[in-house]
Design a protein. Structure first.
Length: 139
């Protein structure tokens, strides 16, 4: 039982640190992006790096918190929706600078990526259900 708690704690630290670092890099990259496809490193890039990392750190702290109050689940869903929306906007924003001739190929690639990632998500969901049934059978 103790090793299970340690594994969960280690996994939570990996998720928190990994996504905080990725979020910090993504926000700093978006802040420093300039037209036409160049990057301008400044003091605000460093501020954006720490701000992005802090947002993701706070998000995972809320998700992994053991506190029980009435609106916690609602806050978790709301913050997840906000972060997903910001992430999609960050990915789709640079697409407005793509030429009209290349836009159709780009959208074809994006749609293909959505289907591929959805397939991977469905496979992971199937694995979760499969292994979850195995855990119930062992109990």
């Amino acid at each position: 039982m103790n090793s299970n708690l340690e594994a969960n704690s280690t996994l939570q630290r990996i998720v928190t640190w990994g996504s905080s670092l990725c979020g910090a890099i993504a926000v700093a990259t978006l802040q420093s992006f300039r037209l036409p496809s160049s990057f301008d490193f400044s003091f605000f890039t460093v501020v954006a790096f720490f701000l992005g990392g802090g947002v993701f750190w706070a998000y995972w702290s809320l998700i992994f918190s053991n506190r029980r109050f009435r609106d916690l689940r609602r806050w978790q869903i709301l913050l997840t929706a906000i972060l997903v929306t910001i992430g999609l906007a960050g990915v789709l924003y640079p697409l407005r600078f793509v030429n009209e001739t290349e836009r159709s190929q780009l959208f074809t690639g994006l749609i293909t990526a959505v289907f591929a990632l959805s397939g991977v998500g469905l496979l992971l969901l199937g694995c979760r259900r499969l292994f979850g049934e195995g855990d119930k059978a062992e109990s």
